[in-house]
Design a protein around this ligand. Sequence first.
Ligand SMILES: [Zn+2]
Length: 235
Amino acid sequence: MAAGAERQSLRLPRLLIALAGLLALAAPPASAALRPPIEQQRLAFWPERVAHTRAWSQFMYGTDLFQPRLIVQHWTESTTQDAAISYWNTSPEATWVHFIIDQQGRITQLAPAGVLAKHAFGVSPWAIGVEHVGTSDGEVMSDRQMLAASYRLTCWLRKRFKIPLRGVIGHGEVTSHPRFGFTSEGWDWIESTGYRFHEDFSAQTMRTYRSRLKKVCSSLTDKILQQRSAPGTLR
Ligand SMILES: [Zn+2]
């Protein structure tokens, strides 16, 4: 190939790379575009809580690393958000989660999403926790505002941490999940305390939740793609 023709053929890929760069600057990553409004409120006893949770996880699971592969849905067993947060704030050893959603669809983040939390016995080192203010599956699943916020939050978390639909589970599904398990000391603790595993967000409820979530996530993603391809996006 002649030098002139070679220069000509190199120009097009360079132009494409420059255009891709401009697009990347103009559009935030898909995960950022999916992020719903989130209020911030850190839990009490923060340094002690983190230290305790790491030691607890080492004892129960043999690791203190957090590798988010699951999003576990819960309800609080309370009628207000304040009651749930007060309970989690009783001591650094109390259970806790990353997010809570109230009846007005307000999402509050209680801890960074990339930090190991103490909320779903058997899968905690892999699970981001989302609580819904309520006392039954039926109550939460019939609250449209709360659910709309729940789907938006979960879609964003799925995108951000690359978690597939099957990685969104209910607290009531934890004991049948392949990742469920403990160290032998952990099993001894479960046995000696007579710990009873929770049943909030059962398998039946989660079948409905996941099928609605799938639709919401794809429609949100479609909307973002449409906005990005609309004329004037680059301006
Ligand atoms: Zn729960």
